[in-house]
Design a protein around this ligand. Structure first.
Ligand SMILES: [Zn+2]
Length: 507
């Protein structure tokens, strides 16, 4: 019997919002090493490692490092992780490398950390060791990432209900390549456009584009994957836009035209990428007038921690306290100073504290008076299904009950409030509340399903793009810039060939 393949696996997961002024240092990351990372994997990493193990592959687990979306990652910390991975590759000399990356990680030294990581890895192992990665569909995919990977694919659904399947697919493709059953070639098409709204894949223009992609894949046997990357909007470099990738066994001669066709559909449908939000007053009126639908879970779109915002908004808090005296709810505010002062005062104490507004430009503090209900280290485990089973930390956390009706979770780090466990772990029960706030735009609908009615709030902050709001020095994309008629170019990426434009098509 021949030796099993040895595949080195690791996970480096961060979505970095350059508009969040707080850099993300090592202390914000949960880092595990060695066999420990195989014990309770989730998402892409679960699919990747589970499928490799089931196929009898000898897995070489290196590290899993992840932090909630936030400001740019400390570059020195990133470099240490990169070096650790390179050292492991030198030592182990694996047959292949499988990684879970987010795809939109930027550091204080580079806006394209994954591109840097993959280029460095490729330089070390040469062209003959397969590198396969599974990404979030909001990855900011660059040519450098595609040029240095054999397999670079995304999950297909937003909210991301299919991350495990994405990891399984990466593993299957890697094994096929190792077996000599697959000679992967990726063709990409890039469109300088971001989606101002309508980002869910279950309906609207994205559902139609994905359906077309599935149709193309089904009618071309050599096509093994079509991924559609909707980009991360809070970076700034010259590759901001929609990216369609088609991975085939050998170059499928139709792939360039199909990739361009799919990218072109974004452009022709561009006016449909709009969101339908409620203004803050409209949504509280809705909550007040719809008792049968309570509790509501309000997506605080501007202050989305899941898009890297600091989570320090007090806008919903102020509206609920000042204008809706009968409404009962719960929300989180990132404020380490206030959390620490409340914790020092202790459970049962009455406190008056200014809270929030400490990070996001333009946000203001709000003074609250209430009773400290709960104090903890902020550790909890997500219920899921999105990231279910994953450990999360809000840092030292204190719950203040204001006006006997609003539970304010003062957290040291931005909270993963897209999961009810952020609240229930702190003694706040959803039952009896009229609303809770999730600092998430999409994934919260998965984790609150059956427990609360979702509603999207039009709120300010660095977690939501609207035209003209943020400065982009390097990027040029619609709708921020007037793009007359974009030329969409299909490029072939193969680690054994240089990056060639294989088709140039204008829409
Ligand atoms: Zn995403």
């Amino acid at each position: 019997m021949s030796e099993p393949y040895r595949v080195l696996v690791a996970r480096l997961y961060h979505e970095s919002n350059r508009l969040n002024p707080e850099p993300t240092g090592e202390t914000r990351f949960l880092v595990k090493r060695g066999q420990d990372i195989l014990r309770s994997p989730s998402g892409v990493f679960k699919g990747l490692t589970g499928t490799l193990a089931a196929a009898g592959v000898a897995i070489e687990p290196i590290f899993s490092a992840g932090a909630p979306p936030s400001g740019l990652v400390d570059h020195e910390f990133y470099l240490r992780l990169r070096e650790e991975l390179l050292d492991a590759v030198r030592r182990i000399k694996p047959d292949a490398i499988g990684l879970e990356l987010h795809g939109a990680m930027g550091t204080t030294g580079t806006p394209d950390a994954e591109g840097d990581l993959l280029q460095t890895l490729r330089h070390l192992v040469g062209p003959n060791i397969p590198i396969g990665i599974g990404l979030d569909l909001h990855a900011h995919v660059t040519g450098r990432m595609l040029d240095n990977t054999d397999i670079c694919i995304a999950c297909k659904e937003n909210p991301h209900s299919d991350t495990v399947e994405c990891g399984q697919r990466v593993a299957e493709l890697l094994i096929a390549q190792l077996d000599g059953r697959l000679s992967p070639v990726t063709v990409s098409a890039f469109l300088p456009m971001i989606l101002p709204g309508a980002q869910e894949t279950a309906s609207g223009p994205l559902a139609e584009i994905h359906a077309k992609a599935r149709e193309y894949a089904a009618s071309h046997p050599s096509i093994r994957d079509i991924s559609i990357f909707n980009s991360f909007r809070f970076v700034d470099n010259d590759e901001m836009g929609q990216v369609v990738t088609i991975l085939s066994d050998g170059l499928d001669s139709d792939a360039p035209a199909l990739a361009v066709d799919l990218a072109k559909r974004f452009w022709t449908e561009r006016d449909r990428f709009e969101d339908d939000f409620l203004a803050v007053d409209e949504l509280f009126e809705l909550i007040q007038n719809s008792p049968e639908k309570r509790p509501f879970v309000i997506a605080d779109m501007g202050d989305r921690v899941l898009a890297g915002a600091p989570g320090d908004s007090t806008i919903l808090l102020s509206a609920a306290l000042d204008n809706y005296p009968r409404i009962r709810g719960a929300l989180t505010v990132t404020d380490p100073t206030a959390a620490s002062r409340a914790a020092e005062a202790g459970v049962g104490a009455s406190v008056t504290l200014p809270v929030g507004g400490g990070y996001t430009p333009g946000f203001t503090q709000r003074t609250i008076t209430g009773r400290v209900e709960h104090v903890s280290d902020g550790e909890f485990v997500l219920d899921g299904p999105f990231h279910g089973g994953e450990h999360s930390s809000m840092g030292q956390t204190a719950v203040i009950l204001v006006d006997e009706r609003i539970h304010v979770l003062l957290t040291t780090s931005p909270a993963y409030s897209h999961d009810p466990a952020a609240y229930t772990s702190q003694g706040v029960k959803l039952e009896g509340l009229d609303f809770v706030v999730a600092k998430s735009g999409y994934h919260f609908t998965l984790n609150f399903a059956g427990r609360a009615t979702p509603v999207l709030a039009n709120t300010p902050g660095v977690g939501y793009y609207s035209k003209g709001q943020f400065k982009y020095a390097k990027s040029r994309f619609w709708p921020e810039h007037e793009i007359p008629v974009p030329e969409i170019v299909a490029r072939q990426h193969s680690v054994r060939a240089s990056q060639n434009p294989v088709s140039k098509v204008s829409v």
